[in-house]
Design a protein around this ligand. Sequence first.
Ligand SMILES: *[C@@H]1O[C@H](CO)[C@@H](O)[C@H](O)[C@H]1NC(C)=O
Ligand SMILES: *[C@@H]1O[C@H](CO)[C@@H](O)[C@H](O)[C@H]1NC(C)=O
Ligand SMILES: *[C@@H]1O[C@H](CO)[C@@H](O)[C@H](O)[C@H]1NC(C)=O
Ligand SMILES: *[C@@H]1O[C@H](CO)[C@@H](O)[C@H](O)[C@H]1NC(C)=O
Ligand SMILES: *[C@@H]1O[C@H](CO)[C@@H](O)[C@H](O)[C@H]1NC(C)=O
Length: 526
Amino acid sequence: MAVRHLGEFVVIVCLTLLTSGSSYAEQLPNVVFILADDYGFNDVGYHGRSHGSAILTPNLDMLAGEGVKLENYYVQPICSPTRSQLMSGRYQIHTGLQHGVIRPPQPNCLPLDEVTLPQKLKENGYATNMVGKWHIGFYLDACLPTERGFDSYFGYLIGAEDYYTHMRSYNVGSKTLSGYDLHANKTPVFQYEGQYSTHLFTNKTIDVIERHDKTKPLFMYLAYQAVHVPLEVPDSYMDPYMNITDKNRRTFAGMVACMDEGVGNITRALKDAGLYDNTIIIFSTDNGGPIQSGANNWPLRGSKGSLWEGGIHGVGFVHSPLLPTSVKGTVNRELIHVSDWLPTIVAGIAGGALNGTKPLDGYNVWSSISGTASSPRKEILHNIDSLYVAPEILPNYFDGEDFLWRFLERVLEDKFDTSIRAALRVGDWKIKTGPDASASDVWQPPAESGLHTIYPIEKPNQKVLLFNITADPLERTDLSGKYPDVVDELLQRLEEYYKGSVPVRYPDPDLEADPALHGGSWGPWE
Ligand SMILES: *[C@@H]1O[C@H](CO)[C@@H](O)[C@H](O)[C@H]1NC(C)=O
Ligand SMILES: *[C@@H]1O[C@H](CO)[C@@H](O)[C@H](O)[C@H]1NC(C)=O
Ligand SMILES: *[C@@H]1O[C@H](CO)[C@@H](O)[C@H](O)[C@H]1NC(C)=O
Ligand SMILES: *[C@@H]1O[C@H](CO)[C@@H](O)[C@H](O)[C@H]1NC(C)=O
Ligand SMILES: *[C@@H]1O[C@H](CO)[C@@H](O)[C@H](O)[C@H]1NC(C)=O
């Protein structure tokens, strides 16, 4: 009852504002950004339906169906990298976060001189709120969300934990560091033990929406824990999927169902609060699905953590009553990347200036999403990770040419070292170098489809691969032997990026991070 009355009160206040000729009508759009975790390309209903998946997502399908589906949309292959680019608009080669994710005891975070998306929105008058997973570092107080532009924060700082206990253990050598991780702003809050995070984060988001001061535009960043491992969900969400015999997939399907319900609840809350009509909802995954633990990217190649399309070609869409009718219900095939959201939201949606940021790698793609403009983005540097090299692999993309010749050529012509793990997209072309997670280098259909895994045919040690992604989005045909000139050009481009990169920052774990030294909670320790 109390909640209902509060809802009615909010509606009345809102109507009063509308009818009293206030500035509400001219107000900047609210932005609700929902980031799912480890959500695979084939795990959303509107993709999976035609690709053997049993997972149903009625709310996501409806929002996407009435909005703009981004079908040439890219994210990074793992968590911290995508989140760092979302917050900064900058590639990892420019922030030092090229390698892996930030581990719980690593003294590392998004560099403090990076200007963030919420900081810029605050400058433009937005109330900025975050709920959910941070995972771009917390070793210093200055790294915390409320020091990086958010007015309020409720969530967990590390990369993964139990959905109910909110506990996380991490081994450093023979020592196990173990602690609770749930914070309201900067304060550890222990009273939520036992509450499933998808429900909790949905409710906390609804709280923000209901309490929002409507004289300001709202920026809400909800980074769900769903559907990352551990695979956990209340049984009732698995009931519709009892005929999926693979237990991981069945549980995963239930986790998706709960997240989809949460998105539906949030949409309803926006409507109840009178905010929906002036809101833009953006939905994105953080990376491709981990195919070993229930997620699925079929028919794409590869998995979370890889630079195959299955690791980086993400689910994404934009929904809003503010979109022009001409784009509502359409599929957008412009090249768009997660680093584009900062300039797109700040300049494109909020009409703000981009002053003060470091040189952005993202583009304002708002006129490509809300209109017919072609994307200003022609390239994506998927990553260069110089800590991930395969020196033992001989260069063999030109059959018959010997190692010494290729080596000399590289030194003389200043070519990119192809033993480094990297990938670059330029127009239709994608080049991929160095080692990749070979265990995930398969085309993996969903368990419930009855289809069979397909294994790659390239030579196992091949260091350079070239694909025309437009013609061959499934990366079935390596063209590196057929187009040596294109390979050379793209390697040159990779070398230019590499020369402009900052050193990788991947510090050793610090035992001072041990939650036992900090009241049982993960949190800043320096
Ligand atoms: C979320 O809100 C609903 C409705 O108010 C309530 O029934 C439920 O207990 C809440 N759950 C959590 C985890 O906060
Ligand atoms: C959505 O709202 C319904 C009704 O209040 C509630 O039962 C359900 O638990 C909510 N789901 C989530 C994921 O919060
Ligand atoms: C951008 O410019 C405004 C107005 O001059 C200023 O208040 C703000 O601090 C600047 N932002 C940054 C990040 O430098
Ligand atoms: C499971 O049941 C649903 C609905 O009853 C059906 O759509 C789906 O194809 C079934 N899946 C399997 C693996 O039998
Ligand atoms: C890649 O394939 C597309 C679609 O078949 C084709 O239009 C395009 O010309 C190809 N790109 C290049 C650079 O060959």
